[in-house]
Design a protein around this ligand. Structure first.
Ligand code: ADP
Length: 154
């Protein structure tokens, strides 16, 4: 049986923190589907087409990685793509509290699902998409926070 993981998030935009978690998860799974959740009530900062393109560019040479978009429940998406694992990154204790309730709820909704957490590499702890958006919005240079492969888009 192949091990399929879904890495859900908004990736608005993908950061070096996400890239690091994904690269470290590659040896653990046969396939990782990076799933960009679309929320009708919450407008994203960057266009969905750009977010998909950037992730595809970063992982262009990694055949185990696929990018998809979805709306609705993450566990329903996992069922559709036959994923048994949800991958998430943990930066801080605040992340832990948040992830714990989502993970335990997902397990209630789909008892076969396992959420797998990887701890962030220390230098990426302060990086988060909302701060990157803020810096970008105010005209700051965000290159140091985003994967090298997509610097030319910023
Ligand atoms: P959300 O849309 O739920 O806020 P994001 O799209 O920002 O989530 O991130 C998706 C996942 O990536 C989450 O598990 C989050 O903890 C993880 N993540 C985000 N930034 C980092 C980072 N700098 N280091 C490690 N994990 C991260």
């Amino acid at each position: 049986m192949s091990k399929i993981a879904v890495f859900p998030g908004s990736f608005d935009p993908i950061t070096k923190g996400h890239e690091n978690i994904i690269n470290r998860a590659v040896p653990l799974f046969d396939k990782i589907i990076i799933a960009i959740g679309e929320n009708q009530d919450k407008r994203s900062y960057f266009e969905i087409t750009d977010r998909v393109k950037w992730i595809e560019t970063v992982f262009a040479n990694e055949p185990k990685i696929e990018v998809q978009t979805y709306s609705g429940l993450t566990v329903e998406f996992c069922k559709r793509v036959q994923a048994d694992y949800i991958l998430r990154g943990l930066r801080t204790s605040a992340d832990f509290e948040f992830e714990r309730s989502i993970g335990q709820t997902n397990k209630k909704l789909l008892p076969t699902i396992e959420t797998v957490f990887l701890l962030t590499t220390p230098e990426f702890t302060p990086i988060n998409s909302s701060i990157v958006r803020d810096v970008h919005h105010h005209g700051g240079d965000v290159k140091q926070f985003i994967p090298d492969a997509i610097h030319n888009f910023f």
